[in-house]
Design a protein around this ligand. Structure first.
Ligand code: PBG
Length: 324
């Protein structure tokens, strides 16, 4: 007879026992809902590669946040589709920029919601890169000033958190300094510290109309095979004054998430990106997967790996499952 003194199944007998010994738990406070703001009035245009996600005009996004808040969503992160794009990403740092308008409107309608702003240039540049381009190259140091200006204008509009995602070296330090110089020392920075050059951003680039016009982002976003380098990136953002560190994408990089969790004591965010959403959505729509179970299992894996904060297009649905 084998030794069966230990029988892990004893604690799996029913849901009450399973819940009693459950190690990782999602709560509604874990989630941040990403939203895409576009020009116009009354616009609600579904993104074909992300069913259930829309480009929303300022009036619509304001309503969306108000209703999401009632449904339990406590934080949102905004991305903008400007009216026009140019070399210097003017729409990113304009006082009347699309995201700045949305922040002001949301602040007024739903004062309690946490408003985060993605701080990047790719949605606003004519070439679709995340920084200033000269001679076919994305220049690092020249891009910092524009990123800093963008963060300050987002703070002026009322953002609680700015989230630099351009992967320019020194961006967190440049933004911290600019915010402090402008009297926004209370505005937090959630740094996309570890952001890989990933195929899983595909649907987002349709949503944000931000695909690069030439080349790709591999000269600034991280090379997927690298893990030690991810620790360097996290260390740099930590030392430059990040308040929250982020790993992105989430599920294909759970090992990295766990490593950052073990080494750093800052709050840790993970971005369950557009392609990760689209995969579950598409398989669910075809009846190949139980969408809700696959969604909750996936989000739980991100929590179990160490994330405190999960950015996901499924935020509303997940909260509904948790509180419904
Ligand atoms: C901006 C940015 C991107 C995403 C978040 N911020 C796109 C990119 O780097 O190409 C991707 C988010 C997603 O795929 O859901 N740089």
């Amino acid at each position: 007879m084998p030794n069966l003194t230990h029988r892990p199944r004893r604690l799996r007998k029913n849901e009450a026992l399973r819940a009693l010994v459950r190690e990782a738990r999602l709560t509604r406070d874990d989630f941040v809902l990403p939203l895409f703001v576009c020009p116009g009035w009354s616009v609600r245009k579904e993104i074909s590669s992300m069913p259930g996600v829309h480009n929303l005009s300022v009036d619509e996004v304001t309503k969306e946040v108000a209703s999401a808040y009632v449904g339990g969503v406590r934080s949102v992160i905004l991305f903008g589709l400007p009216e026009t794009k140019d070399e210097l990403a003017s729409g990113a740092h304009a006082e009347t920029g699309i995201v700045q308008q949305a922040i002001r409107a949301i602040r007024k309608a739903t004062p309690e919601v946490i408003v985060m702003a993605d701080t990047c240039l790719c949605e606003y540049t004519s070439h679709g890169h995340c920084g200033v381009v000269r001679g076919g190259e994305v220049l690092n140091d020249e891009s910092l000033e524009l990123l800093a200006r963008t963060a300050v204008s987002q703070a002026e509009a009322g953002a609680d958190v700015v989230a630099p995602s351009a992967m320019m070296d020194g961006q967190v330090g440049a933004i911290r300094e600019a915010l402090d110089d402008s009297g926004f020392e209370h505005v937090a920075i959630m740094a996309y510290a570890v952001k890989y050059a990933s195929a899983f951003y595909g649907p987002f680039r349709e949503a944000a109309e931000s695909a690069p016009a030439f080349g790709d982002r591999r000269a600034y976003q991280m090379d997927p095979p690298n893990a030690r380098e991810a620790m360097r990136e996290a260390e740099l953002d930590f030392s430059e004054g990040a308040d929250i560190l982020m790993v992105k994408p989430a599920t294909v990089y759970l090992d990295i998430l766990k490593m950052v969790r073990d080494r750093f004591d800052l709050p840790l965010a993970a971005y369950h990106v557009s392609g990760e959403y689209a995969m579950i959505k598409a398989a669910g729509q075809r009846g190949w997967l139980d969408e809700q179970r696959a969604m909750m299992e996936t989000l739980t894996s991100i929590k179990r790996a160490g994330a405190d904060i999960i950015l996901t297009y499924y935020a509303r649905e997940a909260i509904r499952m948790l509180t419904g």
